[in-house]
Design a protein around this ligand. Sequence first.
Ligand code: KG4
Ligand code: ZN
Length: 337
Amino acid sequence: MLCLGIESSCDETAAAVVKDGREVLSSVVRSQIDLHRVFGGVVPEIACRAHAEAILPVVERALADASARPEDLDVIAVTHRPGLIGALLVGVSAAKALAFALGKPIVGVDHIEAHLYANRLAHADFAWPNVGLIVSGGHTALYHSRGPADHVKLGATRDDAAGEAFDKVSKIMGLGYPGGPIIDALAREGNAKAVEMPRLDDKGPDFSFSGVKTAVLYKWKGQNAGRGRKVKAPPPRPAPADLAAAFQESVVDVLVAKTLRAAGELGVKSVALGGGVACNSRLRERMAEACAKAGIKLFIPPPNLCTDNAAMVAGLGSALFAAGVVSTLELDAVATG
Ligand code: KG4
Ligand code: ZN
């Protein structure tokens, strides 16, 4: 079974062809990072226009790379939620037009569920149930995953997503965009213990990263910076690498603790990660150590399947289609999860 996947929920225009729900024949990702970098974050209007320009060439490239003709496809899968509404609409409209013109079925896919499904593409022994941790630029949430599209949300962030916190900290420190990979690299040269950071593990299932982000702001720019109050004479700034390492360690501590606690409480023996922050080298290392200690199997996709891509969309779309799920041409884009 050949599935074309289309992804346009944020700032990556992506298309992929996946065979039998497992084998990635092609995966094309056109990043818009260069367009958004100057603004320090994704500008929705710019994202929509860039998707509209890129979508057809990206789909054509994915088909060509897979040596597949449009008529060879069995089904077209598309991310239809959650994401930037205008951005989602570009992918959904393209998928519907293709499905209609080719007379092929279409399946709408949830972006978060697709991030978790990326593990199925990467690991032959990946199975359910597991505890799924999604850490991306737009979302941070913990799930009890019982099947490809059967996820019970255990908790989510109350404020910033983990990736958003990395991006904002990088912006505060003037390091560049997107912040995750920059902080990850810088932190390797730093000492996390050299700077004191709050650890916001309230023992519950929800996350909050705004406190640690504000702690970085105050350490870097002085107490009360950004509050419209007079900034007290700032103490000497910590070394950037130490501050980056301390921030990262604090975020990773909480992600690892909450994930392992959820797995323990549910008696689930495997953990799955997904989303761009799952590329983080310290998170991968610490989660692997903690899972090994607890006798839990850990699944993390390779970095190109952690960040936004369409192979995960085609993979999940294939699984849904094989289980009898089909959407209609009424399929709509939905901004919320
Ligand atoms: O999943 P993704 O590609 O897009 C969304 O669905 O949001 O995630 C992008 C996020 C960005 O915030 C980026 O800074 C973060 O993933 N990221 C990282 C790393 N690589 C990407 N965060 C921490 N460490 C990394 N190595
Ligand atoms: Zn994503």
